[in-house]
Design a protein around this ligand. Structure first.
Ligand SMILES: [Zn+2]
Length: 144
């Protein structure tokens, strides 16, 4: 008679929030049906360690995702609130396993608002909260 399988080693105590986020992105974005594009609600501070920097010890795909959002924040924060911004960021989705040809549009209502973003092509999108004051916040430099 076998004992219970306690062999699985769950080491989640030191998991960074970005990894959890990344995992949830994988589960929604990995092979989602065409009909429902993913929507990512993110908090910019989850991509930063306690020094306010991007952690080095995260997997490549998670890092790419944080760079993707970082680029959106940088470009969106450069423009005044209320503008619709066409960023230079390309969509990362692969609906039907083909890379999406869309570009990312961004928008923020006011200085305090989250940055909303959306793909021009597949409809994937999301919102980035608490981006103000992060390393990606360029809005200070444009005020004046
Ligand atoms: Zn797209």
């Amino acid at each position: 008679m076998k004992g219970k399988a306690w062999g699985e080693n769950h080491d989640e105590k030191s998991e960074a929030p970005v990894l959890k986020l990344f995992r949830s992105c994988l589960s929604t974005g990995g092979s989602y049906p065409m009909k429902k594009p993913p929507y990512y609600v993110t908090d910019a501070r989850h991509f930063l360690d306690e020094r306010g920097l991007t952690p080095d010890n995260i997997p490549g795909p998670a890092k790419k995702f944080s760079l993707f959002l970082g680029q959106i924040m940088e470009e969106a924060s450069l423009k005044p609130p209320g503008d619709n911004i066409e960023t230079s960021v390309k969509c990362r989705q692969k609906p039907g396993r083909k890379p999406c040809p869309g570009k990312i549009l961004a928008h923020r209502e006011t200085k305090e608002s989250p940055i909303l973003w959306k793909c021009t092509h597949c409809g994937a999108g999301g919102e980035i909260h608490k981006w103000q004051g992060t390393q990606w916040d360029n809005s200070m430099e444009t005020v004046h």
